[in-house]
Design a protein. Structure first.
Length: 167
């Protein structure tokens, strides 16, 4: 069992992500992490740490991670006897504060999302993550919203919190 799948009492539950839909094609997410921006960046960009939290704490294989503008990324989550592949390209990588990338799920090819993640220092050992996902259509955004995305996102961020605690 990895650190991300262990759930110490109370770990990762205090900071739940807030999700809003400011436009008909956008999802905006904010979440606080109890770790420095540098630690959050490291957990979000190093393959061995990413694999511990990215897929809701399920087994994730990082097949490709070229952390640079134009670089390709591909992760495969293994859960409940199924594989779920996700991939895209990095549009911007500005350590340790900003990543922008495309995001596509193998289950819905051609439905590409542009995601931007910003990390802001908020006092000592606290980081605010601000995520924006831009969809091609309102239907794509609404489809993701109705797919259980919010619950899965919060599971992944709780797993990330546990990884950060263990670092």
């Amino acid at each position: 069992m990895t650190m991300a799948t262990q759930k110490p009492k109370g770990a990762g539950t205090a900071n739940k992500a807030t999700l809003t839909t400011p436009t008909d094609r956008t999802i905006h997410v904010e979440r606080m992490f109890n770790a420095s921006r540098d630690r959050v960046w490291k957990a979000m960009t190093e393959p061995e740490l990413l694999a511990q939290w990215w897929g809701r704490g399920n087994k994730v294989v990082i097949e490709t991670l070229e952390l640079k503008r134009g670089g390709h990324w591909r992760f495969v989550e293994h859960a409940h006897g199924q594989e779920h592949g996700f991939e895209g390209r990095y549009r911007e990588v500005t350590p340790p504060e900003r990543i922008s990338m495309t995001f596509e799920w193998d289950g819905m090819p051609g439905h590409v999302i542009v995601q931007t993640i910003e990390l802001q220092e908020v006092g000592k050992d606290r980081t605010k993550m601000i995520g924006t996902s831009m969809f091609f259509t309102t239907e794509d955004r609404d489809g993701i919203m109705s797919s259980g995305m919010e619950g899965g996102m919060n599971e992944s961020y709780a797993a990330l919190e546990r990884v950060l605690e263990a670092m």
